[in-house]
Design a protein around this ligand. Structure first.
Ligand code: NAD
Length: 354
């Protein structure tokens, strides 16, 4: 393939300056594969970089290629690649760790300080016609799993990691705060893992309707200024007991306090949402109720289970897709994500027409 063939690529230059341009087709290194990109989803973090140019210490200083929720078809393999061949369709796990530090060796590679993660500055993403990636962070899709579903394994893996961190299993009573894409994949996963009851909380009726479709047994609409004590009381009434596993998928101080207040003594609260870095909570009162508070950072060894849940038909992740665009329409796709026109949940971009 000529390096100057069509490789239309979505590049963020600076705040609200997203451009499509042709870039050379990269050559895979020995352990990499060249991928003809299939689908790429838009995530809240992509929109954050577009609108604010940064997420905490990650600042867009140089033009950056967008995209990290992705799947594609192998077009070329590096000489050491044994696990894949040309024509294989794969989901792309977007973060590649160093593989040699203590975190990697302990099996917590999501905490690797040398992590190279797509579309996190200064690392480029994969919203383009062609892209190269480490072969061992590509997961072969069975024929009946689509490239769109492959791309959705990225957010789904966050849900898998959250539920694993919470210890969700048969019989769990689960509370999920926030029914955006991440809350919804958490609900899908909690049900697939055997939770008896899942209660979803949100501010919006349409999000709660989606939560029901994703398997939430119960829903509760609250307002932004409802007190944690009042909501916790309602949660117990609606569920018939306090939840033993709570996952916050909003990152807001009030919902974190609602989640902690609602959780059963001896239960587990998992913080998936990422908002302000400092949150005021009455820590001691939760400590004496022996509530375990756990963090979540992306995922780690969760793609295989996410793929299995989709391939086995246990989880329908396609229902999250509300909008579809072609790569040429990327700016329009991001405008839709930014403005929320048409109530988007998951927006997918198709990178190649065949
Ligand atoms: P989103 O903004 O699309 O969805 C958030 C949902 O929470 C919305 O439905 C909104 O209506 C609801 N909400 C907002 N305020 C609320 C309140 N006070 N009470 C109840 N519901 C409320 O976001 P998303 O893409 O679903 O992501 C959710 C969070 O997860 C974000 O903070 C994101 O940064 C974080 N995230 C974390 C990780 C991780 O590795 N920990 C990975 C991906 C995303």
């Amino acid at each position: 393939m000529a390096p100057n063939a069509d490789n239309l690529t979505a590049v963020l230059y600076k705040v609200n300056d997203l451009r499509l341009e042709n870039r050379p087709i990269p050559e895979p290194k020995d352990d990499e594969v060249l991928l003809k990109m299939g689908s790429v989803g838009i995530c809240g973090s992509d929109v954050h970089y577009l609108v604010h140019g940064r997420i905490s210490d990650f600042v867009v200083k140089e033009p950056m290629i967008m995209g990290h929720e992705a799947a594609g078809t192998v077009a070329k393999v590096g000489k050491n690649v044994k696990n894949l061949k040309v024509g294989d369709r794969v989901a792309i796990e977007p973060g590649v760790p160093c593989r040699i530090c203590d975190f990697c060796k302990e099996g917590k590679y999501n905490l690797c300080l040398e992590m190279v993660f797509c579309a996190t500055p200064p690392v480029h993403g994969n919203l383009s016609r062609y892209y190269v990636h480490a072969a061992d962070f590509c997961f072969k899709l069975p024929p009946h799993v689509s490239l769109e579903e492959g791309a959705l394994l990225e957010p789904l893996s966050v849900g898998v990691h959250a539920c694993r961190r919470a210890g969700v299993g048969l019989g769990s009573n689960v509370l999920v705060l926030g029914a955006g894409p991440i809350g919804l994949v958490t609900i899908l996963t909690a049900k697939a893992m055997g939770a008896s009851k899942v209660l979803a909380i949100d501010l919006l009726d349409d999000r709660l309707a989606l939560a029901k479709n994703c398997g939430a047994d119960l829903t509760l609409k609250i307002s932004r200024d409802d007190s944690p004590a009042n909501v916790a009381k309602k949660v117990e009434e609606v569920m018939g007991a306090k939840p033993d596993k709570t996952m916050d998928c909003t990152g807001f101080s009030n919902t974190i306090n609602i989640g902690l207040e609602s959780t059963k003594s001896g239960g587990c609260f998992v913080l998936v949402g990422m908002g302000a870095s400092e949150v005021k909570i009455p820590l001691v009162s939760y400590a004496i109720r022996e509530i375990d508070i756990r963090g979540v950072f992306r995922y780690c060894n969760d793609y295989p289970l996410a793929l299995d849940m989709v391939a086995s038909g246990k989880v329908n992740v396609k229902q999250l897709i509300t909008h579809r665009f072609e790569l040429e329409e990327t700016v329009k796709a991001f405008d839709t994500a930014k403005t929320g026109a048409g109530n988007p949940v998951k927006i997918m971009i198709r990178c190649n027409k065949d």
